[in-house]
Design a protein around this ligand. Structure first.
Ligand code: TA6
Length: 298
């Protein structure tokens, strides 16, 4: 008998739970204004299509769907650290949230939107990790003409904690070599390909001519992925002060076993984050909510 994860007592007609790739539990949404797929593994949105529109998120055709591996594509949640964990070389990149099964706690229809809530609390495994704190994470996914993602973290410890977070959004583009990312003009960035040295802000939107891996700090600006082939998307954000822009290009794509060799041309990551100097500090009992809102633009 395949494992049936606990689901909310009542589900609206637009929501169903089933088994997806790799037999992993998946929530499928067929709302009036948009459709989506969310795996309980990492509460990872792997597909979103606004009604009458095109699929907006990119998912690798070679992604793994395993209980102990990250799904390559969609919107992985990086928490409670981003990238490598300082002082813990064996800790999983980008934290444990994307490698853990979340609870599906609620689903509601709100007008033309469908609002889903997922929960992750500390477990024996997380308490044995490089970030052993007691916490609650609530993730609200609103599916409609826009995709709204809200990650709320509550500190359940008697002392303050700090953490990093990112909604590591993979966007589908026609050809990344023709794409520009606007909204980050003038913002300095840390170049992950140059030992995190700081580079001055540019006056032009970001263009892609090689592997690109940049951390923009201290920016609250919305970003727009401008794709001349018609896949343009805006990403507005709240309570997020960092933005990460990534494309692996050819060599890095070939080096990743869950990423197709030629797939790098069809995706770009624009990530809503609080990392490094923008990390979040929570006092006991305090909560913080970071939000990203994606909208396809014609
Ligand atoms: O967000 C950019 C980045 O940190 C890159 O450095 C690259 O490693 C990417 O994330 C993917 O990381 P992953 O652990 O999913 O292979």
């Amino acid at each position: 008998m395949p494992f049936a994860p606990p689901v909310p007592a009542s589900l609206p007609a637009s929501v169903e739970v089933g088994l997806g790739s790799g037999g992993l539990p998946v929530v499928r949404v067929a709302g009036r204004q948009g459709s989506a797929e969310i795996y309980l593994h990492g509460a990872q949105v792997t597909a979103w299509t606004p009604a009458g529109g095109r699929p907006v998120l990119w998912l690798s055709a070679t992604s793994r769907f395993l209980p102990d591996a990250a799904i390559r594509g969609g919107v992985p949640i990086c928490f409670p650290w981003f990238g490598a964990k300082a002082g813990a070389p064996s800790a999983a990149a980008h934290g444990f949230a994307r490698l853990t099964e979340w609870e599906f706690v609620d689903a509601q229809e709100a007008g033309d939107d469908v609002v889903l809530t997922f929960r992750l609390g500390d477990t024996p495994a997380t308490r044995a990790s490089a970030w052993p704190h007691r916490f609650e994470a609530l993730y609200t996914v609103t599916v409609g003409t826009r995709l709204a993602l809200a990650l709320r973290i509550t500190n359940l410890e008697p002392e303050a904690v700090t953490f990093e977070e990112a909604l590591h959004t993979y966007l589908r583009v026609d050809d990344v070599r023709d794409v520009r990312v606007a909204g980050l003009e003038g913002a300095p960035f840390l170049d992950q390909l140059a030992g995190l040295t700081e580079a001055p802000g540019a006056s032009e939107p970001v263009r892609f001519e090689a592997e690109t891996d940049r951390i923009y700090l201290g920016t609250d600006a919305a970003a727009t992925v401008i794709d001349p082939a018609g896949h343009s998307v805006t990403i507005e954000k709240r309570e997020s002060h960092s933005t990460v822009v990534w494309n692996p290009w050819a060599a890095k794509a070939r080096s990743m076993s869950d990423f197709g060799d030629e797939e790098w041309t069809g995706m770009v990551c624009v990530e809503t984050a609080n990392i490094r100097g923008d990390l979040v500090r929570l006092e006991p009992g305090q909560s913080h909510t970071m939000t990203a809102v994606l909208a396809a633009v014609a």
